[in-house]
Write a protein that binds this ligand. Structure first.
Ligand code: GLP
Length: 260
């Protein structure tokens, strides 16, 4: 089962996850990070950036793969995930931009972009740690309900709910692309460690379904139950619909080693 860790702030979640990633990079200077977009991972990038500033380590060999990308936005569009990852993670962390890859969102290459991206992940030796948020539909990456647990990087059609959620980044919902390229649930399962973060009561249903619900493609986040090494970091609001809270707290309080 997933390790579920409770925090009282997004900053505390960021500190925990950042410490784990820093330790990974120290052990493996060319570590492969799985980078997520959205509001949720920002605290992780901020905490890691602060840690690297206070006590620098070499990150020049760190590699990264973004989870997903919109189809049809130019790469230099401010809301393309290429731009978002560059702004939120690559620049603040001082990563080498040439080592950070994003799925291709060019409509001309969408039939082959998924397989090409999968080949690059395999050639890199796989993702060491995958940072994940979760959408209100229960999606991870852009794997909307119904996505196969065996799916690999491919084009997906976004739900209207996801487009409405993401409309806050665009002039209107009509400007939110209908299609995306996303790592599949099968791709995510291949990463060696998953760190899923969620904050706020609007994520409570998705977290309960992911951690304790039936394993079903109708709730894509439930894919984490098939993975051997998952850390779920949640605030009290996002955790409010979990049943086994006492056990998670007990396990965390009695963990034989510090950190995640
Ligand atoms: C988007 C991303 C997901 C992200 C989700 C939640 O749809 N593709 O990777 O997890 O939104 O976003 P937020 O963290 O802003 O709530």
């Amino acid at each position: 089962m997933a390790e579920v860790v409770f925090v009282d702030s997004e900053a505390a979640a960021g500190t925990l996850a950042a410490a784990s990633i820093r330790s990974l990079i120290l052990q493996k200077p060319d570590a492969v990070l799985g980078l997520a977009t959205g509001s949720t991972p920002l605290s992780v990038y901020a905490a890691l950036a602060a840690s690297l500033k206070a006590d620098p380590i070499d990150v020049s060999r760190v590699r990264g793969f973004a989870l997903d990308e919109y189809v049809g936005l130019p790469a230099d569009h401010p809301e393309s995930y290429r731009s978002v990852i560059t702004r939120d993670a690559v620049v603040p962390l001082g990563l080498n931009p040439s080592k950070i890859l994003v799925p291709g969102g060019d409509p001309a290459t969408i039939r082959t972009a998924g397989l090409d991206y999968e080949a690059l992940i395999v050639a890199a030796g796989g993702v060491d740690v995958q940072i994940l948020g979760i959408g209100r539909t229960g999606h991870v990456g852009f794997n909307e309900p119904g996505s196969s647990f065996a799916s690999l990087t491919r084009i997906k059609t976004l739900t209207e709910k996801t487009r409405a959620d993401n409309a806050r980044f665009f002039p209107s919902i009509d400007d939110v692309p209908i299609h995306c390229m996303t790592q599949g649930l099968g791709t995510i399962l291949r990463a060696r460690h998953l760190i899923l973060l969620a904050f706020g009561d609007e994520k409570a249903d998705a977290i309960a379904a992911a951690v304790e619900g039936p394993v079903t493609s109708s709730k894509p986040g439930s894919v984490i139950q098939l993975h051997p090494h998952v850390t779920v970091i949640v605030d009290e609001a996002a955790a409010s619909k979990l049943q086994n809270l006492d056990y998670y707290r007990y396990a965390w309080a009695n963990k034989p080693w510090p950190g995640i």
